[in-house]
Design a protein around this ligand. Structure first.
Ligand code: PGA
Length: 262
């Protein structure tokens, strides 16, 4: 695991976008795993800027999103499908048929989850998976207690997660109770992980995920087991870490060549 601490949110977003762009320039048909939430917004804005100003090309990219609320249609304003459309898909040259978000209206959810996993395999697996982290340590909607080997399935959202996400819905009662989420086992099969976190509100979760024991009660702690996991966090989110970490990939590469940005 390579932890890089940046000064602020803008710097995290720029560094994360640099890593994605670097992978995309090397592999134009990159299979990119995407996340929703407020944290990756800066990364997506920066990717849009690189597309517009530097011609970063997404035309051969395939994407797979981590999760979706059960019961929300793709055009529901709070669906993750809609979120991706507004914040990324409509602003770059991704081909719609290469974008995948779990279907919150699937009639047979179990069947849909199996299909989603099969699609990921069909495209050769995810090269780089973007991740946020919940204040409770969740990874996608794998809430505390999720099996560390889990696959794409339905999860019941915790009260904490529903409260955290109520800001998008108005009231907590409007937040769906269930979501389809890639499993932890699914996420761990991505060749590289890129986790971004910002703010004091994530400091406990980051400390537990990076330096705590690997436990299902902190699903994000599983990233310690991934051979190529990059965590980009700001000072506030890093404030409860005790180890010493680098402030750039270049600096980290000087001591840890294998995980560098080649
Ligand atoms: P956030 O959500 O980026 O909105 O904080 C992250 C998450 O819950 O995984």
């Amino acid at each position: 695991m390579l932890v890089v601490i940046k000064d602020d949110y803008a710097a995290i977003s720029a560094e994360a976008a640099r890593l994605v762009a670097n992978r995309l320039r090397k592999k134009p048909d990159l299979v990119l795993g995407l996340a929703t939430g407020s944290t990756p917004l800066g990364l997506y804005d920066e990717l849009v800027r690189l597309h517009r100003e530097e011609g970063l090309d997404f035309s051969k990219v395939t994407t797979f999103n981590l999760d979706e609320y059960v019961g929300l249609s793709p055009d529901h304003p709070q669906s993750y499908h809609h979120f991706m459309q507004v914040h990324l898909f409509s602003r770059i040259n991704l081909q719609p048929r290469f974008t995948h978000v779990p279907d919150g209206l699937a009639l047979d959810i179990e069947d849909h989850c199996a299909w989603y996993e099969a699609q990921i395999r069909r495209y050769g697996g995810i090269d780089l998976q973007v991740l946020g982290i919940g204040a409770n340590g969740h990874l996608a909607f794998n809430e505390p207690g999720s099996s560390l080997g889990s696959r794409t399935r339905v999860k019941t959202l915790t009260q904490k997660t529903r409260e955290d996400n109520a800001r998008f819905f108005g009231t907590v009662d409007d937040v769906p109770r269930y979501a389809i989420t890639m499993g932890i086992g699914t996420i761990m099969e991505a060749r590289e992980l890129l986790l971004v976190a910002t703010g004091e509100v994530k400091a406990d979760a980051i400390a537990a995920a990076v330096e705590g024991p690997i436990t299902a009660m902190v699903p994000a702690s599983i990233v310690q087991m991934h051979p190529r996991a990059f965590l980009i966090v700001d000072r506030a989110a890093a404030s409860r870490l005790r180890g010493e970490y680098s402030s750039s990939f270049e600096e980290a590469v000087m001591v840890r060549r294998p995980l560098g940005r080649e």
